[in-house]
Design a protein around this ligand. Sequence first.
Ligand SMILES: Cc1ncc(C[n+]2csc(CCOP(=O)(O)OP(=O)(O)O)c2C)c(N)n1
Ligand SMILES: [Mg+2]
Length: 390
Amino acid sequence: MRGFRSGSGILADSNPMTASSMTQPESSAERRSEEVPLPGPDVLRGWLRDMMLIREFEVRSMQAYQNRLAGGFLHVYNGQEAVAVGSIATLRPDDPIITAYRNHGHALARGMAPRVGMAELFGRIGGCAKGKGGSMHFFDAEHHMYGGHGIVGSQVPLGAGLAFATKYCDEVMDGGQSSRVTLCFMGDGATNQGAVHEAMNLASVLDLPVIFIVENNFYSMGTAIKRGTAAGGCLTDRACGYDMDATVIEGMDVLDVYRGMKPLVDRCRASSRPSFVEMRCYRFKGHSMSDPRKYRTPEEEEQWEMRDPIELLAAHLVDQDQLTGEAFKQLGKEIREEIREAVKWAEASPPTPMDELYHDVYADNWGLYTGTSMPEFLKRRSSDREGDNA
Ligand SMILES: Cc1ncc(C[n+]2csc(CCOP(=O)(O)OP(=O)(O)O)c2C)c(N)n1
Ligand SMILES: [Mg+2]
C-alpha cells in the first residue's frame, strides 16, 4: 500500500458518541502536525471571525426558517465550523471545493457574502443561485465553491470530476503541472453510498488531486454510526481498498484541522494523489429543523459542547495574549450587525420571478431553453454597484 494509514481501531471498542472517546488519537497526522507552523495572530483572529460569522448566520437562518422566511429543508452547521474554516484555510483561492447539503459554512468560509447566502435561503433573486436552489444548494463559481448537493454522496463523483477537470486543464491545456487541489466534503453516512466508492476508485486509478474529507459527526439523520455503518469505528479503513493515504483529524479544533490538512494539501498539490481524511466532529443541533434529537442524550450533547470550536480558538488566543475579552465581545457585536444587515438585504431582494425557471436549464447553445441570466450579485459586482437591490 502506498503511503500511510493512521487512527485504525481507535473507536472500535469504545462508544463512538462521546467527546472523550475521540480525544487526540495518536496518529501520524498529529505527530506531523506538531511540525506545521501556524499563521500569525491576524490570520487566527480571521478564523475566529469566520467561525463566529458562520454560527451567527446559522442562528439567524433558524429564526428565518421558523418565521417562514426560508422554505424547503434547512441543515445547520453549528459545531462543525472548524472543519470548513481550517480546511479551506490551507487552500489557494482557485482550488475547488464541493460538499453536501450542510453547506452554508463552506460557502461563507470560501468568501460568499452572507447576504447573498441569506437571499438564497429566502428564495430571492439576489441569492447565489438566484433563489432557485435554497439552503441545500449554495453555489459560488467565482469562489470555486461548486455546491451544495442534496442527494447523499452525489457530490463525491462530482468532486472527482472537478479534480479531473483541473488536472486536465493544468496539464493538457495549460501545458503545466497539475497544481490545483479539490476538497470534496461528505458526511459519515455518505461513506456507505456506492457512488462514493466508484469515485474513490477512479480518483486513485487516475491519480486525481482530490482530498475526500468525511465530516464524521457520528450520525446520519437519527442513526448512530454504530448502527448504520460497518466498521464505523475506523472509517479510514475504507481508503486502503483504494490504495489511498488516510488520516484522522480532530475536527473540533481549528488549529488541529489546519495542522492536519496543510501537509495533505501540499502533498496532494505536489504529487497529484488522492487521499482520505476522517474529521471527527459533532453537530450541535438536530439533523434538520424538524429533528427533536430523541436519539441522543443531553449529557452527550453537553460533553461535545464543551469542545465548542469557537470557544477553543478564543481561549487559545486569549492564552497567547492575542485577544482580549473586550475585543471578543466587540467582534460578536460586529458580526451580529453584519448578519442583521444580511437578513434585511435578503428580505428586500425581490422574490425570484417565474420566468427564471427557464434559465440555467442547459448550458448555453444546447437544448430547448438557451441562455443564462447572470446572478444579481455578480451583475452588481461587475458594475461596481455594491450595496443595493436594484
Ligand atoms: C441517496 C439519498 N438517500 C437518503 C437521503 C436522505 N438523507 C438526507 S441526509 C441523510 C443522512 C446523511 O448523513 P451524513 O452523510 O452523515 O451527513 P450529516 O447529515 O451528518 O452531515 C439521509 C439519509 C438522501 N438525501 N439521499
Ligand atoms: Mg453524519
